[in-house]
Design a protein around this ligand. Sequence first.
Ligand code: M6R
Length: 619
Amino acid sequence: MCGIVGYIGDQEAYPILIKGLHRLEYRGYDSAGISLINAQGTLSVYKAKGKVSALEKSVEGKDVSGTIGIAHTRWATHGEPNATNAHPHFSQSKNLSLVHNGIIENYKALRTELEKNGMTFCSETDTEVLVQLVEYMMNTHRCDLYTAVQLALKNVIGAYAIAILEKSHPDQLVCARKGSPLIIGVGTTSSGRKEFYLGSDATPIIEYTNQVIYLNDEEIAIMDRTGRLDITNLSNVKQTPQLVTLQMNLDQLEKGGYPHFMLKEIWEQPNALRTCIRGRLNVVDKDVLLSGIIDHKDKFINCRRIIICACGTSWHSALIGKYFIEEACQIPVEVEYASEFRYRNPVIRPDDVVIAVSQSGETADTLAAIQLAKEHGAFLYGICNVIGSSIARATHTGTYLHVGPEIGVASTKAFTGQVITLCLLGLAIAKEKKSIPEDLFHLLVDELQKIPDKMQWTLENNKDIDKFAQMFTYCKNFIYLGRGYNYPVALEGALKLKEISYIHAEGYPAAEMKHGPIALIDEEMPVVVIAPKRGMYEKVVSNIQEIKSRKGKIISVVTEGDEVVKNMSDYSFVIPDTRDCFVPLLAVIPLQLLSYYVAISKGRNVDQPRNLAKSVTVE
Ligand code: M6R
């Protein structure tokens, strides 16, 4: 949801900012802009509707020199995506330019007040209100930019990560955050002084330095060319910055020969999951080691229930986690949409454990849900992919996925990473609670270890999905069915298809069909059924019969060697046999590939589907 980049140092800022915007484009791509101060002290702002490439085109032949600058790629909230509403925004006098990620909830009231004081606005955005408010504070309090930002932010309700340039002080960059992420990268110039980078995440920074500071909520930072970095909170209390070394490499941010990040990330899954379980799953000693559980085992042994809060794909993995944890640990688990949970006055007790599942670790609703749970005294556990993210820092403890950066907007490897992490978590708790027999625990550990190889097999043995997918280019609807552990897989398969191909798709528990959705079935309707030869196999076979007799087209996911369902289907994807609880980790792979290739055959931009953004930092 909007990406911010910034730079101050000895280098030309423009190439750093543009490259950074390309890396952050997954966060929003409806418009982009850049602001620079050149050697003559001119503060310029360039903006364009569309992708970063459109911005690059629009500045051709213009002066983009300068060693200080800020830039932004937008996912529109207030005001349609056009060049006027794109960031950066100028203040009235054009002395300031500002970029913003987040939402200023009281922007209307602030705007009315500022208009009464003679300020005029060019855009429909909440962001322009911020920059005008800062300028208003500078003028009325006759203070410097830093103080004005402090004063302005005290009047603001909402979420923000901001970066500001000031024409009359071209040697300093000011930034602040609350609720939206902002990272400061600290590098060294050729002359040995410190230079500073800004990013909504680490991806625009890692190329230049691995030394970063995660700005905390309500902190304001000022950086200048002498290498000074000062951080205070809104009340002007000095904060001590914590320098963290990033564990990330540049290859993880490139497509590595694949046409899209999504396809790369699908194929990365076996290795990503090997990394995820490394050091946590020990087949020799038949053990599961999760420090978050070992260090807080009493919280899990004694908890009354577990509540898992998540959104989108993460909600689907949470549902699989619920099935597994309830079965293995005998603890009641509730799975909540974070956006509903945070506003519905839920019962939360101090003996509840609340788990937040989030790839980005920045999803505004999930963050708010755990903040609510914290207020009620619950123990908070984070399952995130992005290291140092807001949710990871707001929880008491947790487990990182370690599946590497996920750039494609449609989540793939993070989903399987979340599922396997929730299985590890369930096993770790079960071990502490002794809630499953030892021989079963050993079997599950052994089988979980084999999953990455079985994923590889699944990828290698379903290579013709690309040709098959073309048959569905003009389909208007899809239904996905699964039972038990595979019901959330049906939901996930449908979401994948919807978000990147824009074909309407619904996931249902297979047995629910006869309670209504079966009325939709005719010869035009492709029905994807997850039908492994495991528990409930016979029942799913009956469900397939019901659809076939209404002429629905059956696309099935079957266990290798199962000729029965294969023969009943118009097309089948094969997966190796595994235990019921681990089938989702394999069954989702052909569904990810199906959605990818259908979207490709429709000519969609799979990595940046319309209206979406990778990290949903607004509610
Ligand atoms: O970063 P999070 O896991 O919290 O994100 C949650 C959803 O926004 C995300 O899973 C979304 O549904 C994806 N686009 C699905 O592919």
